[in-house]
Design a protein around this ligand. Structure first.
Ligand SMILES: Cc1cc2nc3c(=O)[nH]c(=O)nc-3n(C[C@H](O)[C@H](O)[C@H](O)COP(=O)(O)OP(=O)(O)OC[C@H]3O[C@@H](n4cnc5c(N)ncnc54)[C@H](O)[C@@H]3O)c2cc1C
Length: 245
């Protein structure tokens, strides 16, 4: 089985967000980057599926050279090899188109993504890849199994769960209950240094959008302490100032 896992390199969740160039660029200075947490799950499940039955797991990132330390972490987790499409991606459409271009020549049985990236939260790359390749999509899978060429996944739906089977090739996006993410061990870290990380050029024809500006959310107001014995003041604040009831 050949699996392609899409890995988005995102700021650590504790990052203090700032912008440059008149609020049009995210300021990467001093930011710690990590594998998008949903992509860690996708990668872990891909490894769990291929290890008993044989196969390869290739990770792909659309990003600049500064994403390579994070790609090496994906290799340390156990991926066979990696592709970096050399670009500064502008939106999900651009990312999906680059990945679809690479997938066309890869003869993959399955493409795994996260359900969304935790930076721009588009939740769109998986659907766009599936459409571009004319493959089925199972979105937001919380269980995923493969038997021969058949993929079975379980999804949460309103008031219950849905179990779906499709034949490969298929795109599947990972939801948080899929598995526990693997932590690279020392052997994996050592081996990752010599695994292939192939850098390929991007197709630039998919650059459709540009950012006008970013705005930070308004600063939160401070905490107002109310004496526990003074319930009337609390009720007055909630009713007349905050108008919660
Ligand atoms: C307004 C805007 C500005 C941006 N500016 C920059 C920038 O300055 N520099 C920059 O590097 N990126 C930038 N990006 C790209 C961004 O980091 C994402 O790679 C891209 O937009 C997809 O994000 P999304 O939220 O649509 O992904 P989603 O659709 O939420 O992602 C779903 C899944 O797709 C896969 N995926 C998403 N992105 C990638 C990727 N890049 N490579 C491989 N797999 C991926 C992952 O598996 C992910 O879990 C920008 C995006 C937007 C919308």
């Amino acid at each position: 089985m050949k699996i392609l896992v899409c890995v988005s390199v995102v700021p650590d969740t504790t990052t203090k967000i700032t912008f440059t160039d008149g609020n049009t660029q995210f300021n990467k200075t001093g930011v710690q980057f990590i594998i998008n947490p949903y992509d860690e799950l996708a990668l872990t499940r891909a490894l769990d599926i291929t290890e008993p039955i044989g196969g390869t797991v290739t990770v792909i990132t659309v990003g600049e050279a500064d994403t390579e330390p994070v790609i090496r972490k994906a290799l340390a987790m156990g991926a066979t090899d990696a592709i970096r499409v050399d670009a500064n991606p502008s939106d999900g459409m651009y990312v999906a188109a680059q990945i679809a271009e690479q997938a066309k020549s890869g003869e993959y049985d399955m493409i795994l993504t996260g359900r969304e990236s935790i930076d721009y939260n588009g939740g769109q790359v998986q659907g766009l890849i599936a459409e571009m390749l004319n493959w089925p999509l199972i979105n937001v899978a919380m269980e995923l199994d493969v038997t021969d060429k058949k993929v079975t996944a379980v999804r949460d739906i309103d008031g219950g769960r849905e179990t779906i089977s499709v034949n490969t090739p298929v795109v599947v996006s990972a939801q948080k209950d899929l598995c526990e993410p693997r932590i690279p061990n020392m052997r994996g870290i050592m081996m990752a240094r010599s695994k292939p990380l192939n850098v390929v050029s991007a197709e630039d024809k998919y650059n459709y959008t540009s950012v006008n500006k970013y705005d930070l959310p308004p600063a939160k107001s401070g905490v107002k302490m109310i004496d526990a014995a003074n319930a009337e003041e609390l009720i007055d604040l909630l009713h007349n100032t905050e108008k919660l009831f």
